[in-house]
Design a protein. Structure first.
Length: 176
């Protein structure tokens, strides 16, 4: 009985490659995976920072800020799977661990025991602005590789990131 190549490889102790076939050139897959993994690491880091500030919020606007940051952390987390799946669809490999995230994230952690609520909002606003700028940089790169699907996803994520920035700005603005 003939075995499939997959079963033959398994029987011989070899594994099938994890690279998804794509019509993109190999250098495109490498570039896209690198750019998008950096974005994925930043999104995970920003998600955890947003959740951290959500958990440690205090003060007279506690409820509003607490709910805002919960909504924003949910939106960030919702980005992670589509980013990772896009990396895989383009023939790349995704992040593998928290350590991997730590090595490539550009969002700075905040481990302070106490952060003033308005400082939390300002820090998250700046982080989101930087994420939008990085998304634009990766968008330019994927455009060069003619990766329309990734570019389209990034455009939506830029809009979401700008929305978070706007809400953080308006929530922390002093309107006296």
């Amino acid at each position: 009985m003939n075995q499939s190549p997959f079963r033959q490889n398994l029987a011989q102790g070899r594994r099938s490659p994890l690279i998804t076939p794509t019509d993109l050139r190999s250098n495109a897959s490498t570039d896209i995976a690198g750019g998008m993994n950096a974005i994925l690491a930043d999104v995970f880091a920003l998600y955890l920072k947003t959740k951290n500030f959500h958990w440690h919020m205090s003060g007279p606007h506690f409820r509003d800020y607490h709910l805002l940051l919960d909504e924003q952390s949910d939106a960030l987390y919702a980005m992670t799977d589509p980013i990772a799946e896009r990396i895989k669809k383009t023939g790349g490999s995704t992040l593998r661990s928290i350590g991997h995230i730590t090595r490539i994230q550009r969002v700075k952690d905040n481990d302070a025991e106490y952060v003033d609520p308005l400082d939390m909002l300002a820090e998250l606003r700046e982080d989101n602005q930087e994420l939008a700028a990085r998304l634009r940089e990766v968008h330019d790169m994927v455009d060069e590789h003619r990766d329309i699907a990734t570019a389209s996803l990034i455009e939506g994520w830029i809009d979401e990131t700008e929305r978070r920035t706007w809400f953080l700005f308006e929530s922390s603005r002093n309107v006296d």
